[in-house]
Design a protein. Structure first.
Length: 456
């Protein structure tokens, strides 16, 4: 089963225009013509005529390199004879031979045969060659075996019972040799850049509150969807906002400017092409100017000490979906759950790897619960969805570690029927998202029953 188009990040490719291709080819022809005139500028007419007469096959004629084609131009083996420059003159004809210095000395030149009276129309031009150099085209190594160098850091050797990436060695986009060590590095990096719990509490009056933050993120989600940006860009935007708000006490009137600036920074970090500042000013209804965004950009980067590399929860979710071989709709439901957590302030302090693990488990559990019968044990279903030893090795979490987060995530999903901020729900109700927000597995009554079985 191949899920790479879903689990791996993709970019929208741009097709090339046929008109531009034709114009570029014309430009190349013009350039080649000028180059050709420069090359043939210093050749005499006799030499140019001899070059043209030798072109019996299709190829490229170059003034210095000669004929480039599939035909050998001389009877000598495939070697190059590069001669040192010598100039000679006979019957007002001048020829120049270009060459380089070499270590081999050629035999003395053979004198030309005496000119007979009968061949008065034939002219023999002797070419004086003092030194020659032979260039071998084959690669020759002194040692039969190449020297092997030890890697700078040894890769983690995965035990056979935990191996799930060896079958992807043919697919370079999965980086199967390094993916385990990459995830370990992500786990270390997210510990270095934590977000404090309840960082917006006990602030002075008139500053940003959790309610203001929720409204801001719901508006940014609409802007993100309107600009057709990547999911990674929005995930990074929320992290930049929360990391900035936890160290700087800002007014609620500056939140929109901070959010737009964070989205612009995330675009520069993640996107191939980014919207301009004029676009952000336009969608804000001129609430701020370009100069305001530039100044806020400097303030945000300085407050974060130019450290923008905190791991994203969407990257962890892609990895977990690959490990458990989740279906496309299960992975999409996991993305829906992750996006819902951004609006809820109570999820901000949780590690991205932990939230992704909870979303991955809950998305698969909600679909698997439909097939649960009276004879099936809930424990066996949990072990099938999240094998303890296997997932502990790859994610660092067991089901017992995820219990509280899964319950909190399920309650968030139940509350979507009564919320006023519906940007995320609107996006995941579209057909290209499998209309997962409208799926029966996301209905409040069904989620409540499914969560109650987990609590027993």
């Amino acid at each position: 089963m191949n899920h790479y188009p879903t689990f791996l990040r993709s970019y929208n490719g741009k097709s090339t225009n046929s008109t531009s291709n034709s114009s570029s080819s014309n430009n190349e022809n013009d350039e080649n013509s000028s180059i050709k005139s420069l090359i043939f500028k210093h050749l005499s007419k006799v030499q140019q005529g001899s070059l043209n007469n030798n072109n019996n096959t299709k190829g490229t004629t170059r003034g210095i390199l000669g004929e480039v084609g599939n035909v050998t131009l001389s009877n000598i083996p495939i070697t190059s004879i590069l001669t040192k420059a010598k100039v000679f003159q006979q019957q007002q004809s001048v020829a120049t031979i270009f060459g380089t210095t070499s270590t081999m000395t050629a035999p003395p030149p053979v004198p030309p045969p005496p000119r007979s009276s009968s061949s008065s129309t034939t002219t023999i031009i002797p070419i004086v060659v003092d030194r020659i150099e032979k260039i071998t085209l084959d690669d020759v190594y002194e040692d039969d075996e190449c020297t092997c160098h030890e890697p700078l850091a040894k890769l983690t050797k995965v035990p056979p019972e935990f191996d799930c990436d060896s079958g992807d060695s043919y697919n370079i986009t999965t980086v199967s040799e390094y993916v385990v060590d990459i995830c370990k590095y992500w786990r270390e990096l997210e510990e270095v850049t934590p977000i404090q719990k309840n960082f917006l509490l006990n602030r002075t009056e008139g500053t940003a509150s959790p309610q203001n933050r929720a409204v801001l993120i719901d508006w940014l989600y609409q802007v993100h969807d309107r600009f057709k940006l990547l999911s990674d860009t929005f995930h990074m935007t929320i992290q930049l906002i929360d990391r900035y708000l936890q160290v700087i006490d800002v007014s609620k009137h500056e939140l929109q400017l901070i959010g737009s600036t964070a989205l612009l920074l995330a675009c520069k970090y993640e996107e191939m092409t980014i919207p301009g500042m004029n676009d952000f000013v336009y969608v804000s209804d001129n609430a701020y100017s370009k100069e305001d965004m530039k100044e806020m950009e400097r303030r945000v980067i300085s407050a974060l000490s130019f450290d923008l590399g905190r791991p994203l929860s969407i990257n962890f979710l892609r990895r977990y979906s690959k490990i458990v071989q989740a279906t496309d709709i299960e992975h999409t439901l996991g993305k829906y759950l992750l996006d819902l957590t951004f609006i809820d302030y109570s999820f901000s302090h949780l590690l991205p790897s932990y939230v992704s693990a909870c979303a991955s488990f809950l998305s698969r559990y909600l679909f698997a619960y439909k097939s649960l019968t009276t004879t099936t044990s809930i424990l066996s279903l949990i072990e099938n969805i999240w094998p303890s030893k296997f997932m502990k090795y790859h994610t660092g979490y067991t089901y017992e570690d995820l219990c509280h987060g899964v319950k909190q995530l399920g309650e968030l999903l139940i509350g979507q029927d009564s919320t006023k901020l519906r940007s995320v729900q609107k996006k995941f109700s579209q057909s290209n998202m499998f209309s997962v927000a409208q799926h029966s597995c996301c209905k409040s009554a069904y989620v409540q029953v499914a969560l109650s079985r987990l609590s027993k």
